[in-house]
Design a binder for this molecule. Structure first.
Ligand SMILES: *[C@@H]1O[C@H](CO)[C@@H](O)[C@H](O)[C@H]1NC(C)=O
Ligand SMILES: *[C@@H]1O[C@H](CO)[C@@H](O)[C@H](O)[C@H]1NC(C)=O
Length: 147
């Protein structure tokens, strides 16, 4: 009994630390692509509600989970895929959503002409849904091997 109680603060600390250090503790989906091809990163809120007038935000988790790079932001019919919205230069002009899929609760995006440096963890965030939801998608872009 005493032993179990003394473990509790440690467990709390551990969960705080792991929660902070990375935006992704486990990937909801894993997608594998090859350099130069287009890839779809899947994401849907569990409610599958119509997203046409909602907000969703895609970010890429930086090395060590410290930084977040803006990938794509959709807000009530406006898509902010420009530097103005803080979109990372790496994704400029390469990312789009699927307009016809929004009403089916599909917030997937396509990244065109993937590069090896696109590999990593992405978060798909619905900050204003009740309750809010956030998913993690891991992308692996394999290099084309030339001999
Ligand atoms: C992505 O997240 C997983 C945990 O789900 C982690 O094991 C992996 O190292 C992360 N990848 C990168 C490139 O940060
Ligand atoms: C979302 O839309 C994309 C693009 O049309 C499609 O590939 C994907 O299967 C859809 N996802 C779901 C859950 O319907």
């Amino acid at each position: 009994m005493m032993k179990q109680l003394s473990l509790l603060p440690l467990l709390l600390l551990f969960s705080l630390l792991t929660g902070n250090s990375s935006a992704c503790t486990n990937a909801d989906s894993k997608v594998i692509s090859t350099e130069g091809t287009d890839v779809i990163l899947p994401c849907s809120p569990s409610t599958r509600e119509n997203l046409q007038y909602k907000l969703f935000d895609w970010k890429k988790v930086g090395q060590g989970g410290e930084t977040q790079h803006e990938v794509f932001l959709y807000a009530s019919g406006v898509q902010y895929d420009g530097i103005k919205a803080g979109q990372s230069e790496q994704f400029k002009g390469r990312v789009s959503h699927f307009e016809d899929e929004l009403k089916h609760g599909n917030a997937s995006i396509i990244i065109k002409k993937t590069k090896v440096i696109d590999s990593g963890n992405y978060t798909c965030d619905f900050p204003r849904l009740q309750p809010s939801e956030k998913f993690c998608i891991e992308l692996i872009v394999d290099p084309i091997l030339t001999s």
